[in-house]
Design a protein around this ligand. Structure first.
Ligand SMILES: [Zn+2]
Length: 193
């Protein structure tokens, strides 16, 4: 996490240079406001760099509940750090509490804080899982992310519709095959195996 505010004028300058470099005229009417517009958009897309995901899990509440908690279909969008093109999809999160649970909206905030930065789907999946495991002191955590990458659909191999699935299983979700099977079932709605 960085405390530094985003430097919007540096981004606008860079976008102007980029437009020139591809052979465009950054001064023409349609492009005149583009550099500033992109800078403001980046503030939103990269807001996670100034957000501490752990802060959303500071206030967990104690609960006797010791069954699996599952939140499916948390929508997210992120920026692929290899191409700075968006990838988006759904995150499914499950955890087995050890006396501490958190509000469901907090899980969504954690996903968003990690997603809104230059990312890789694999790392996003692991970061979410490890933070939950750590901060909730859970017995197990499972995270599955299904996403489409525009860097795959509009360039290179051009495979529109291809969905990339990543998963990270920790604790009992990794070591106990029955718990893992139950988690996978709940996380995917019986879909992906
Ligand atoms: Zn990419």
């Amino acid at each position: 996490m960085t405390e530094q505010p985003q430097d919007n004028s540096a981004i606008a300058d860079a976008v102007r240079s980029m437009l020139e470099a591809i052979g465009e005229d950054p001064g023409r009417e349609g492009l005149a406001d583009t550099p500033d517009r992109v800078a403001r958009m980046y503030e939103e897309l990269f807001a996670g760099l100034r957000d501490d995901p752990a802060s959303y899990l500071e206030v967990g509440f104690s609960e006797e509940y010791d069954e699996m908690v599952v939140l499916r279909d948390i929508p997210f969008h992120s920026m692929c750090e290899h191409h700075l093109l968006p990838f988006m999809g759904k995150t499914h999160v499950a955890y087995l509490p050890r006396g501490k649970v958190c509000g469901l909206s907090k899980l969504a905030r954690v996903v968003e804080a990690y997603a809104r930065r230059p990312q890789l789907q694999e790392r996003l999946t692991q970061e979410i899982a490890h933070l939950l495991m750590d901060r909730l002191d859970a017995k197990g955590v499972g995270v599955i992310i299904e996403a489409t990458h525009t860097c795959m659909t509009i360039r290179g191999v051009k495979k529109p519709g291809a969905v990339m699935v990543t998963s990270c299983m920790l604790g009992l979700f990794r070591s106990n095959s029955a718990t893992r099977a139950e988690a996978m079932d709940l996380l995917t709605g019986g879909g992906v195996k």
